[in-house]
Write a protein that binds this ligand. Sequence first.
Ligand code: SAM
Length: 288
Amino acid sequence: MMDLTEKKSVHALLARHGFHFSKKFGQNFLIDDSVCPRIAEEGNACAGYGVLEIGPGIGTLTQQLALRAEKVAAVEIDTRLLPILQETVGKFENLHVIQGDILEYDIPALLEQEFSGLRCAVCANLPYYITTPILMHLLESGAAIDTITVMVQKEVAEKLTAKVGTRESGAITVAVNYYGTADILFPVLRDSFLPPPNVDSAVIQIQVKQRYADITKNPSHFFAMVKNGFSQRRKTLVNALSATMGYEKQMLISILEEMELPESVRMEKLTMEQLISLSNALSERAVV
Ligand code: SAM
């Protein structure tokens, strides 16, 4: 198996294929030999599991996934990487490399087609320019995924794993908590990549489990309310939601009173349960 963590041989491989990194696709390839085995091991790449990888690049993480998982499907957008992947991981019989944009796939259908009868996990070193859209695409799809184990920018990792109801949280924190629980597994320094990005990174894991679906009356209202409330997070919740969603201030204040919350409260102070109660109450009343 080709060693894809050895800088010299990676440079030679890329030169042989006339490949140049594309900023547009967020290409920073892992060259640290300790990181990929750890993502694979902690990310459920094991017997009985089908693992979806997003953006295999030159196949560094793909190798470690294919060595351990029952089956791997790797979706790569950049057609220039296909001949390289053929050379580096083409021999794995349990691997299917698919050319395409992950955001355009119907995830439950893709998993059914690739991993019928297996449990599913997602592992990836994500392209940072679309971290949030990819995570939301996976989570909102409702696909039966057990865990999502991904490398993201350190600041994003901190936001994703913040506690809802604290200053560090944001709309994405609430969204991730709606669909599961997120934890940081380990930090990764910028020197672990070729070329090194301008930021440090961390591997996070989302354990997917629906905890709030049963008590949320109108999920699309809930997500719209959270997005709008956090888009003006310096304002009080009353001012933010009246400005962005057109609710009457008095109605918002009376709902907050019923919830025993002060009218000066900001959205970032509310717990998951309080956010859901607020959305339930608002979606039952007339929108102005
Ligand atoms: N997994 C490799 C590694 O760890 O070395 C590469 C990771 S690199 C940060 C991100 C990869 O995602 C690149 O190969 C890039 O071409 C690919 N990519 C970018 N946007 C994508 C998209 N929308 N769908 C699928 N792959 C994408």
